[in-house]
Ligand binder design. Structure first.
Ligand code: ADP
Length: 225
């Protein structure tokens, strides 16, 4: 199907294979996500959510199995091709914002666009538009330390979407926030995602938030169910 953005097939991943502390994290995990679809990935801590997201986002490789992004096999692609695909097609959001402390909110969203070859003016205009969409426009010139936790995380969403990826991968994006802030920040994220039609996989412990996504999948004994 042409609108298939992510396909994970038969993924296996074992840490410390053959040793006493061997951990079989993924054991044949399968997941397909289409454009415009937001999938909640729910599982207890240690079940392998981060491992799955890192493999899907080409930050890690499976022991066996395949990762396709936009219909192209990435498992056997060169490092150069994987890096180019990750930069252009994948946006990451973590539990902690990981913004660059010495740059303003705006600059944090500009930097990844400069790396993709955009001019500063074009990148800044896009950054302002994204900040406006998540309601943080008036904080554009503040450094992360001068922003609240919810604002920092909203800036991190904008940075993840700076280069208009087709795939968004989020690892507990509201896990660090109090319930009220978490709710506001999650709503901002959903609006941003809905406005672009990108495919998203969002790992969360929060079943209420999971229920507001299009589909909920769980990781159980290394398989997606
Ligand atoms: P989750 O994101 O669901 O909390 P993770 O993917 O982070 O789960 O981890 C799954 C399991 O794999 C855990 O038991 C964790 O301790 C183990 N693990 C993760 N990364 C490594 C690693 N680099 N080396 C050894 N074990 C790891």
């Amino acid at each position: 199907m042409s609108d298939e953005v992510l396909r994970l097939s038969g993924l296996t991943k074992t840490y410390n294979a053959g040793k006493p502390n061997e951990v079989k994290v993924l054991q044949g995990a399968e997941l397909t996500v289409h454009a415009g679809e937001v999938v909640a990935l729910v599982a207890p801590s240690g079940a392998g959510k981060s491992t799955l997201l890192h493999i899907a986002g080409l930050l890690d490789t499976p022991d066996t199995g395949e990762v396709q992004i936009n219909g192209a096999d990435m498992t056997h692609a060169s490092d150069r091709r994987r890096t180019a695909t990750r930069r252009a097609e994948v946006g990451f959001i973590y539990q902690f914002h990981h913004l660059l402390p010495e740059f303003s909110a705006l600059e944090n969203i500009v930097v990844p666009q400069l790396a993709e070859g955009h001019s500063f003016a074009t990148a800044a205009a896009r950054a302002r538009k994204l900040l406006d969409q998540v309601g943080v426009a008036e904080r554009a010139d503040h450094r992360p330390a001068a922003l609240s936790g919810g604002e920092q995380q909203r800036v991190a969403f904008c940075r993840a979407l700076a280069n208009a990826p087709r795939l968004l991968l989020a690892d507990e994006p509201t896990g660090n926030l109090d319930p009220a802030t978490s709710e506001r920040v999650f709503s901002a994220l959903m609006e941003l995602v809905r406005g672009t039609g990108l495919a998203a996989v969002i790992a969360t412990h929060n079943l209420e938030l999971a229920g507001r996504m299009d589909r909920v999948v769980r990781l159980d004994h290394g398989k997606v169910v």
